[in-house]
Design a protein around this ligand. Structure first.
Ligand SMILES: O=C[C@H](O)COP(=O)(O)O
Length: 257
């Protein structure tokens, strides 16, 4: 049994409405099917990331054993950065978590790994915990570059931060995101093992063994149990299925660890 607490994040992306978010929060609060002999959050840490405008409602109404994350933060402190939200503001609002470097931001907003590393450094300095997303595109996997890509995404972060205790690494192969094409447990485990090895070599064996490496990409209620049995998969970052009651079944997969 790993000492790393299982982690399940729900990334709601740019989805929802006032009424849909209310329904979803109600579903999570009821927690139907979350059956453990202990409190579920003794064995799994659950964090959901709504659209920024929906955060205040979710923060107020969501069961307090689940946490709320922002989906992004600005690279610096508050100031003349129209449309952005700084880590200072997130922290002041009582948030503990932020997702950084999601592949959608890397590709659509052209965020580089250096920029993501700067954001990571700043958010950690402000006391936020970071879900740091990495992952290769299909053509990179096909060219056998997966390990090089994840290393190149992690290197600028390792150059900037010393303390990894508030970082969860989310391995999300881009070809598996929102496609229904989940990585096989073998494919995911292979990369997670590689990332842990990289952390051991480039940061320290202690950081490698304590850092949670979670998987994201078409995780669903029908594949989460099997993925959870993999040695180096410490949880999930869930997109589409986190908007449905299925999210509870994915949380329940922590029992497979
Ligand atoms: O952040 C979550 C990932 O992008 C996965 O999304 P998905 O579960 O819809 O494939």
């Amino acid at each position: 049994m790993s000492s790393r607490k299982f982690f399940v994040g729900g990334n709601w992306k740019c989805n929802g409405s006032v009424s849909k978010v209310k329904e979803l929060v109600d579903v999570l609060n009821k927690g139907e099917g979350l059956t453990t002999s202990v409190d579920i959050t003794d064995v799994v840490e659950v964090v959901v990331a709504p659209v920024a405008l929906h955060i205040p409602y979710v923060q107020e109404k969501l069961r307090k054993d689940f946490k709320v994350a922002a989906q992004n933060a600005w690279v610096k402190g508050s100031g003349a950065y129209t449309g952005e939200i700084s880590a200072d503001i997130l922290k002041d609002f009582g948030l503990e978590w932020v997702i950084l470097g999601h592949s959608e931001r890397r590709s659509l907003m052209h965020e580089t790994s250096e920029f993501v590393a700067e954001k990571t450094q700043y958010c950690l300095e402000k006391g936020l915990s970071v879900i740091l997303c990495i992952g290769e595109k299909l053509e990179e996997r096909e060219a056998n570059k997966t390990f090089d890509v994840v290393a190149s995404q992690l290197t600028p972060v390792a150059d900037k931060i010393k303390d990894w205790s508030k970082v969860v690494v989310a391995y999300e192969p881009v070809w598996a995101i929102g496609t229904g094409k989940v990585a096989s447990p073998e494919q995911a485990q292979e990369v997670h093992d590689n990332v842990r090895g990289w952390l051991s070599d480039k940061v320290s064996p202690e950081v490698a063994s304590s850092t949670r490496i979670i998987y994201g990409g078409s995780v669903s209620a029908s594949n989460s149990d099997e993925l959870a049995t993999c040695k180096d998969i410490d949880g999930f970052l869930v997109g589409g299925a986190s908007l449905k009651p299925d999210f509870l079944k994915i949380i329940q997969s922590a029992q497979k660890k």
